[in-house]
Design a binder for this molecule. Structure first.
Ligand SMILES: Nc1ncnc2c1ncn2[C@@H]1O[C@H](COP(=O)(O)OP(=O)(O)O)[C@@H](O)[C@H]1O
Ligand SMILES: CC(=O)N[C@@H](CCC(=O)OP(=O)(O)O)C(=O)O
Length: 253
């Protein structure tokens, strides 16, 4: 099982390059699940509506008003767009919200508004699609186990939680840099290969958007993933390479 966190360039795959790469791994008999982000698209829509939004340790502080925008942009715009790009390349795909489809269940994190920590994942709807050879394209929105309008989940962590349901999976996380740098922003310090144990020891040195990515990577491996590869999603060649098992930063169990 390959779990792909979509981001960066792949989000508007107008050339169909990412979709073609996914098609080729499906033809080899692999199963693929896509979990997508959409931070930049959410930012643009919040700006349109003159709503301020801040990040705390890499997580968007999510008011009820912001949650409505996050939910709408991810479930109604980004997910269907990603699924449509796959369909255009001949890959059967279906967008689903972790909340509407009751796949992701979470509890609120104190101090972050409507941001959730995943408690459990129900993969029955995902498995129904996989059985029909349809690639699930999942928006990182969760059912709030305490009731309420739902919870906003960082997409890297949503991908990690879903990987926990598929032992020995490979996780590919796309971002907008070549991988994890030991001394960001020193471009000569890219980490090519690191064990989860060594990464955990470095964890306190990471900041911004890399913090949730490192957390997600460690959670995915703790949950049973074989490896997590963090790659530059703005570069289609790194995606094809990652599906072939090379490039970016490889974190292994
Ligand atoms: N050690 C690091 N290695 C790589 N990127 C880092 C590091 N520390 C901070 N960053 C920042 O994290 C960003 C990636 O996180 P984020 O913007 O949330 O990505 P995405 O939108 O792909 O989820 C990079 O563009 C970089 O600015
Ligand atoms: C809690 C939290 O921060 N949620 C993210 C969800 C989308 C996401 O993770 O998108 P990227 O992967 O493109 O950053 C947000 O609101 O931006």
């Amino acid at each position: 099982m390959i779990i792909i966190k979509f981001g960066g360039h792949a989000m508007n795959d107008t050339q169909g390059i990412f979709a073609a790469a996914i098609k080729s791994v499906l033809l080899k008999g692999e199963q693929v699940i896509v979990v997508h982000g959409g931070g930049p698209q959410i930012n643009a829509e919040l700006k349109n509506r003159n709503i301020e939004s801040i990040f705390v340790n890499g997580y968007r502080f999510t008011t009820d008003e912001i949650f409505e925008v996050v939910d709408e942009v991810l479930s109604k715009v980004v997910g269907p767009e990603v699924a449509n790009n796959l369909l255009l390349a001949g890959v059967k795909a279906q967008a689903m919200s972790g909340k509407q489809s009751e796949v992701i269940f979470a509890e609120g994190i104190d101090g972050l508004g409507k941001v959730g920590r995943v408690l459990r994942v129900d993969v029955s709807k995902i498995d129904q699609l996989l059985f029909q050879k349809i690639v699930p394209v999942i928006a990182p929105i969760a059912v709030d186990v305490a009731g309420g309008i739902g919870l906003n989940i960082n997409a890297d962590l949503a991908a990690a939680a879903i990987s926990g349901a598929y032992p020995n999976s490979t996780v590919i996380i796309m971002t907008d840099v070549a991988g994890i740098y030991q001394n960001w922003p020193d471009k000569s310090s890219l980490i090519e290969k690191i064990s989860a144990h060594e990464l955990a020891e470095l964890k306190l040195t990471f900041a911004d958007g890399m913090l949730p990515k490192v957390d997600a990577t460690l959670e995915a491996i703790a949950a049973g993933a074989n490896s997590v590869r963090i790659i530059d999603g703005t570069d289609e060649t790194s995606f094809a390479a990652a599906l072939d098992g090379s490039g970016g930063t490889l974190v292994y169990a």
